[in-house]
Design a protein around this ligand. Structure first.
Ligand code: C5P
Length: 232
């Protein structure tokens, strides 16, 4: 399937925080043998930098300067995406809700969105790609070959995220996690630029009642179906 067309294939996966996009997207990419990119990691890297330099997330001018002078890249590796700042991988520093919150704040700024979107688009040159985020099917790759939008209620997403965090050794309560996800969702859905919405041509999957295996299988079948149809 992959490689039948001369243009690399792009699969776009969007959805709100805690819906399980990263795990599902990574497994889809492994199954298809595609590259995998987490676009949120780029926004997280900017949020992390802003906190590191003690810049207000509303100070557009200073953030623009910071973004211009810092080399932030996604390195595509088989089944993985790693974020590097000036060549050093910082993926571990980007985990956690505090960086997610900073990312969501800086992601409202036009200068940040333009820079990150341009970098994300360049990743397509490296080959067939699964990319997950909030605006992949609407803004980054509106011409993606296949688009999925994963969804689930706030309660389901908070519970899943809380369990992941507990396994990773974080001590946040379920209510704290729920609150943080709700705030981030609100900001991501209501911002003026590239708000979180399903693309008109996305396959919407409510993940609440499905196992991760089922979600991945649905996406594998959907991708194969769409691409075979596109090539036929
Ligand atoms: O996906 P993740 O939770 O790592 O994303 C962190 C934040 O980055 C999101 O809450 C959102 O504000 C922003 N983001 C975005 N557009 C994307 C991916 C992430 O605005 N494509």
């Amino acid at each position: 399937m992959a490689g039948e067309s001369s243009e690399p294939i792009v699969v776009a996966i969007d959805g709100p925080s805690g819906v399980g996009k990263s795990v599902a997207a990574e497994r889809l990419a492994r199954t298809l043998g595609f590259h995998f990119a987490q676009s949120g990691a780029m926004y997280r890297a900017v949020g992390w930098l802003v906190e590191l330099h003690d810049v207000s997330p509303r100070d557009g001018n200073r953030i623009a300067a910071l973004v211009a002078e810092t080399a932030i890249d996604i390195a595509l590796r088989p089944g993985q995406s790693a974020v590097c700042v000036h060549g050093r991988e910082i993926s571990e520093e980007l985990a956690g809700e505090a960086v997610g919150k900073a990312a969501s704040a800086v992601a409202t700024l036009p200068v940040v969105r333009q820079t990150v979107t341009a970098q994300l688009r360049r990743l397509r040159c490296q080959g067939n790609l699964v990319m997950e985020g909030r605006d992949i099917g609407t803004v980054v790759f509106p011409d993606a070959d296949v688009k999925f939008f994963l969804d689930a209620s706030l309660d389901v997403r908070a519970w899943r995220r809380w369990q992941e965090m507990r396994q990773a050794g974080h001590g946040d309560t379920l209510e704290e996690v729920r609150q943080a996800i709700a705030e981030r969702d609100e900001q991501d859905r209501t911002r003026t630029l590239a708000p979180l919405v399903p693309a008109a041509d996305a396959h919407v999957i409510d993940t609440a009642d499905f196992s991760i295996d089922d979600v991945v299988q649905t996406m594998v079948s959907g991708t194969q179906h769409n691409i075979l149809r596109g090539n036929g």
